[in-house]
Design a protein around this ligand. Structure first.
Ligand code: SF4
Length: 297
């Protein structure tokens, strides 16, 4: 009997999704703050089309057609050949006809390498949404963290994904510029969001895993970690700098200090009020709150 492979991680919004592994690990695997696949001992390797199709068949036998959403992993399926992805998506949609949404992680550099025609073919085959780790819109922060992309590429790749008809989720990482670059980190990211207007801006707080390369930089003094209050101020500055009509803003991860959600631009004022009310609390209450929030990947 064929046993389908399992993913290492998925976005929180895919908690109820059918999970399909189309590639193992991350082909880039260089971001200083990450190391997730090293942590789980998963080196990058390609899967054959035959293996992936057999997984889909086995998942169908195991669960039946009960899912309304599906997620393709691991790190960057958008880096795969367009024809491969189209074949996987067509088989997935045929095998699970009740799927209403199929999504995947994708690096901006992978979206940039694909033509608009290729991205459109992938979307037409059934990929509705791509989750992209923007992390920062600042070139200096992106370089410091070895993200392998740039402000310009994040704008161009994001616009291309939207033009291909895909929903775009951009992930922003509070604290990634440390104490030195935080203002540029926030302002340059807001510029990308305002220009691209992704469907979603999803916020996470930097968690420095002791095994990550970034942890070594903290130890050597090369990177000065943002304070908890500093990340809340970053969040406020980011929202204040946004002018992105129709975008959904979501701090939808357990490690955020403030679960701020809203639709831009209408709910910008309400989101800022939530942060201001928190910052107006007595210091001991704010510190107690910071200490109560888990630091998790
Ligand atoms: S953050 Fe994403 S692209 Fe960077 S190493 Fe981790 S999985 Fe790969």
């Amino acid at each position: 009997m064929h046993i389908p492979e399992q993913l290492v991680i998925r976005p929180p919004s895919e908690a109820k999704s059918l999970l399909v592994r189309v590639v193992r690990g991350c082909h880039w695997n260089r971001c200083n703050f990450c190391g997730i696949y090293d942590l789980f001992g998963v080196p990058h390797s390609q899967r054959s089309l035959q293996e992936v199709l057999l997984d889909i068949d086995a998942l169908s036998q195991r669960y039946g057609d009960i899912f309304s959403t599906a997620f393709l992993g691991d790190a960057d399926p958008l880096n795969l050949d367009a024809g491969f992805l189209v074949a996987v998506l067509q088989h997935l949609r045929k095998t699970f006809p009740r799927l209403k949404r199929v999504t995947a992680y994708g690096r901006a550099s992978s979206l940039a390498k694909k033509s608009l025609e290729e991205l459109t073919a992938i979307r037409e085959a059934g990929l509705d949404r791509v989750h992209v780790g923007l992390e920062s819109g600042s070139d200096r922060v992106l370089k410091l963290q070895r993200k392998g992309t740039s402000h310009l590429q994040l704008v161009d790749a994001g616009k291309k994904a939207v033009a291909a008809g895909m929903e775009l989720s951009y992930y922003f990482l509070l604290g990634l510029g440390g104490r030195e670059l935080w203002e540029e980190h926030v302002s340059e990211s807001a510029k990308v969001f305002n220009e691209v207007k992704p469907h979603f801006i999803r916020v996470r707080r930097l968690f420095i895993h002791p095994m990550s390369r970034l942890s070594e930089k903290v130890g050597s003094g090369e990177f000065r970690e943002q304070t908890p209050e500093g990340t809340v101020i970053e969040l406020r500055r980011l929202i204040a700098g946004l002018d992105a009509e129709g975008v959904t803003f979501a701090c939808d991860h357990a490690n955020n200090y403030l679960p701020v959600f809203g639709r831009l631009n209408a709910e910008k004022g309400r989101m800022l009020d939530i942060i201001d009310s928190f910052l107006a609390l007595p210091e001991r209450q704010r510190i107690a709150h910071y200490e109560s929030i888990p630091s998790v990947i």
